[in-house]
Design a protein around this ligand. Structure first.
Ligand code: ADP
Length: 431
């Protein structure tokens, strides 16, 4: 039914009733009494309306907590519609609160920084990543100008000049950030920060690795090409020279092969598609093999000992053979003749240990922390003379990482070095 009729029909009916009543009273009791009755009825009706108006105004003062009155006549409809409005409003409010909580949580987890500023660059809000990137603290800095909070000149220029089409690269607090301002809502601006420090470092490592690897491969290739050219241009070379050239070419070819194999090993170790599949590693068999390899490599030039006193562990036998083999062969390669090399397997309170001790050339302290970097060598020529690729300790580091183990190096120049691989207690193989 038309809403107006809902109001008008009962009002008209009530008026009609009053008039009929007044007519009856007039007929029996005369006009004065009838007039008094009409006035009385009107007063009651007016008082009723005022009563409900008063209740409505009361409720409007505190719509959240007070209960809506039940009402009478047209008031019933008004109150029930107001009640529905309030319920809808409460529901919307609850949804909004929930959505806001979800939004805050998402912003908290976002690795990129987001800060909202007003038209005069006063900070209104920012997420924890923005706090970290820009050194802000929302509770302390809210309402302050961002150019007073981040005082780097390039940042101030970027913010003030308003050329926001291009992002700004900003070096701040030892991090490299990409910063961009996005104007929104005509008066506000969003400041977004993206930390590219780690990505840049990985990129630089990759570039360095490619440059180093190319350089390492180019040297033996140049040697081989040189000898091949000599052989081509001088077919009458004597046998002895030819043999010495061939020997050098074989050595260089071997060097290239070692390098490529080590690079492939490293790539495999780093690849997520090759997760570690732990198995029981028979330490006796493994270390016996390494012992034999060391003896062969040393060819009687060193005293070599092996002492095994510890349990088997869980891990990849192939990977550990490669890691332990690298440490052991380094000991041979960096220990002059008559020196000694001791290989040992021990169980300690903190877990098993593989120890390689040599009486070799030793390492100066400033080099120790860098030895596991790819292609890092203390003495390049010595490494190459002994067929080193510069990747051995990088491989060791990766294998140990995959086994939750760590490498400790103690060394004294001219006296020798001790490389200790520390496994956690839980690496011990339990039947
Ligand atoms: P390389 O193939 O050159 O030996 P590694 O990664 O195995 O490469 O070792 C890196 C560098 O660490 C070596 O070039 C060498 O200078 C040093 N180094 C490794 N092991 C020893 C050792 N037992 N004694 C002295 N120096 C060592």
């Amino acid at each position: 039914m038309n809403r107006r009729l809902i109001f008008w029909i009962p009002a008209a009916m009530r008026l009609l009733l009053v008039l009929i009543g007044a007519g009856v009273v007039w007929y029996f009791l005369g006009p004065i009494v009838a007039l008094a009755a009409v006035l009385g009825a009107m007063t009651v009706m007016l008082a009723t309306q005022l009563h409900y108006l008063y209740q409505l105004s009361d409720w409007l003062d505190n719509p959240g907590s007070a209960r809506l009155p039940d009402g009478w006549g047209a008031w019933t409809d008004i109150f029930s519609r107001l009640y529905k409005l309030r319920r809808d409003d409460e529901k919307n409010q609850a949804e909004l609160t929930e959505w806001l909580a979800r939004f805050r949580q998402a912003m908290r987890l976002l690795p990129d920084g987001v800060a909202i500023m007003d038209d005069v660059l006063f900070l209104e809000w920012c997420n924890p990543a923005a706090e970290k990137h820009l050194g802000l603290e929302l509770a302390r800095d809210k309402g302050m100008r961002v150019t007073n909070l981040v005082r780097t000149p390039s940042f101030i220029d970027y913010v003030v000049l308003g050329r926001y089409e291009q992002p700004l690269t900003l070096n701040l607090r030892e991090r490299k950030l990409i910063v961009q301002i996005i104007p929104f809502e005509s008066r506000r601006q969003i400041l977004v920060t993206h930390d590219v420090t780690d990505a840049e470092r990985v990129d630089m490592m990759r570039r360095d690795f490619i440059a180093n690897a190319s350089h390492e491969l180019r040297t033996p290739l140049t040697v081989i090409n040189g000898f091949l050219e000599i052989a081509y241009n001088q077919p009458n070379l004597d046998l002895q020279t030819r043999m010495s050239h061939l020997k050098l070419m074989i050595e260089q070819g071997q060097r290239m092969q070692n390098l490529v194999e080590d690079m492939l090993t490293l790539t495999r170790l780093e690849s997520v598609e090759h997760p570690l599949r732990p198995e029981r590693v028979d330490i006796h068999t493994l270390l016996e093999q390494i012992h034999q390899e060391v003896l062969a490599l040393s060819a009687g030039r060193h005293q070599v000992s092996l002492d095994i006193d510890g349990p088997d562990i869980r891990g990849s036998a192939d990977e550990l053979r490669s890691a332990f083999g690298n440490l052991a062969s380094n000991a041979v390669r960096y220990t002059p003749e008559q020196g000694s090399i001791a290989l040992a397997w021990r169980m300690t309170e903190d877990g098993p240990r593989f120890i390689v001790k040599d009486t070799g050339i030793g390492i100066r302290p400033e080099h120790i922390s860098r030895l596991t970097e790819r292609f890092y060598r203390v003495d390049k020529s010595r490494s190459r003379e002994t067929q080193g690729t510069g990747l051995g300790l990088a491989i060791v580091k990766h294998v140990l990482l995959r086994h939750n183990a760590s490498l400790h190096i103690e060394s004294e120049p001219e006296r020798g070095s001790t490389f200790i691989v520390k496994f956690p207690k839980k690496a011990v193989f339990a039947e």
